[in-house]
Design a protein around this ligand. Structure first.
Ligand code: GDP
Ligand code: MG
Length: 415
């Protein structure tokens, strides 16, 4: 009898120990799944790419993992002579980067992004209504095309350049049918978009780190573009450091910090009102220290006066040059396509003050006037590098003139 009691007690004790052990393990696993502190890197780039831009509510939830620059920090003397290249970065823990960074989208993807420009009220839709079918072409077609282009934000000067080509073709008797006119239009568009013979956009990382300054008016899409580009570069195995140079608004710094958190890259920022030049200087030094491939620098889009803003941008560019010789290596002007001809006027002011090396045209998904890209490219004579067609990281595309024209002015069956 005693033996049976002993056995019973032993079984109960073993069962109790098992129960406690499994309950602890299950609750540990449950907490792990629910935890919000997991690193973006653990989710992988594909997961990052599916995410939407940071919202203000998220700002409260996420603790920034970033580096703060002292309020009064001023650009210090470079720690190495400018003629000497930066120390070879240590990249031992990172996967080898791919050979190229080409992410040129296919024509169908671009076509979806340009949906509004392609439907019946958009630039393509309206040209299609004029040049549809196989109807014969007469001299009046030039004037009808002119009207569509002028009301599609192509701009007066650019429209005239395109029309000169069409009229020449008509005079020589080369453009006798709609197909021939389409071909001439597309050819002229590609020619206008291929600045300096560039057949593509994107970014080349020739320096270590390559410093890219983003400028443009408030709301143009600078911060969002930096977030999207950082996501894509990190997914391609490139290490990014973000510089929160829009120090005039706390929310702007926070927006970039959240992007950095999502992408899994470092963000260097200062306190409210910190000197943006110092922030960029520190960001470049940080990038050299950690062996980053690229520094993406955000800036403010509005100051008390336009002259102030342009002076500030020039100062920031000089600070970059003090941190690394030749920096900034690229200065991208971010333009909101929905602003049409107004955007062009603003762009000229930035171009007069700074050496703009590329254009990022955002919000093409939000306008029926996709022809604005022709006017901007033709009048600024600066290559478009990227186009934004939505708010997610996947919606930033490398610009390729031929593909873009096929998407904007091509028939469904074309490519
Ligand atoms: P910034 O002031 O120049 O930094 O502009 P933001 O990056 O804060 O962007 C302003 C707004 O435009 C945000 O709501 C973005 O989500 C939105 N935005 C930026 N790029 C695009 C784009 O390509 N398409 C659309 N639809 N919205 C965009
Ligand atoms: Mg911003």
């Amino acid at each position: 009898m005693e033996k049976e009691t002993f056995l019973l007690v032993a079984i109960i004790v073993v069962a109790l120990i098992y129960f406690l052990f499994f309950r602890n393990r299950a609750s540990r696993e449950g907490t792990g799944r629910e935890g919000r502190g997991d690193k973006q890197a653990a989710r992988g780039p594909a997961a990052a790419a599916r995410r939407v831009p940071p919202s203000a509510a998220e700002a409260d939830e996420l603790v920034p993992e970033s580096i703060e620059v002292e309020d009064d920090a001023q650009p210090k003397a470079p720690t190495r002579p400018l003629s000497q290249p930066p120390a070879a970065p240590s990249k031992s823990k990172r996967p080898p980067p791919p050979e190229t960074l080409s992410r040129a989208p296919d024509v169908q993807t671009l076509r979806r992004g340009l949906g509004r420009s392609r439907d019946s009220g958009g630039v393509f839709g309206r040209l299609k209504a004029l040049l549809g079918g196989q109807r014969d072409i007469d001299a009046s077609i030039a004037q009808q095309i002119e009207e569509v282009l002028l009301t599609s934000d192509v701009g007066a000067a650019t429209t005239q350049t395109i029309l000169n080509r069409i009229r020449e073709g008509l005079d020589r008797g080369e453009l006798t049918n709609a197909d021939a006119v389409w071909r001439a239009l597309r050819q002229e568009a590609v020619r206008m978009l291929s600045i300096d013979g560039r057949a593509g956009g994107g970014i080349e990382l020739r320096h270590s780190p390559t410093v890219v300054l983003f400028v443009g008016v408030n709301g143009a899409g600078k911060t969002t573009t930096i977030g999207k580009l950082a996501t894509q570069l990190e997914a391609a195995g490139k290490k990014c450091v973000l510089a929160a140079g829009d120090t005039f608004r706390a929310a702007a710094v926070q927006q970039l910090v959240i992007w950095g958190k999502r992408v899994g890259c470092e963000v260097v920022h200062g306190k409210d009102g910190a000197d943006p030049g110092s922030v960029l200087f520190e960001a470049i030094k940080k990038a050299e220290e950690v062996g980053a491939d690229v520094v993406l620098a955000d800036t403010a889009g509005r100051l008390h006066t336009k002259a102030n803003l342009m002076n500030e941008m020039q100062k920031i560019a000089r600070s970059a040059g003090k941190a690394a010789s030749g920096a900034p290596h690229e200065t991208f002007l971010v333009i909101d396509a929905t602003n049409g001809q107004n955007a062009l006027a603003q762009a000229r002011e930035f171009k007069d003050a700074l050496e703009i090396t590329g254009i990022v045209l955002t919000k093409l998904d939000g306008t029926a006037k996709g022809g604005v890209v022709l006017g901007i490219s033709d009048s600024l004579r600066v290559p478009v590098r990227f186009v934004g067609m939505g708010e997610g990281p996947d919606d930033l595309h490398e610009f390729a003139p031929q593909r873009f024209v096929d998407a904007l002015l091509g028939d469904e069956q074309a490519a």
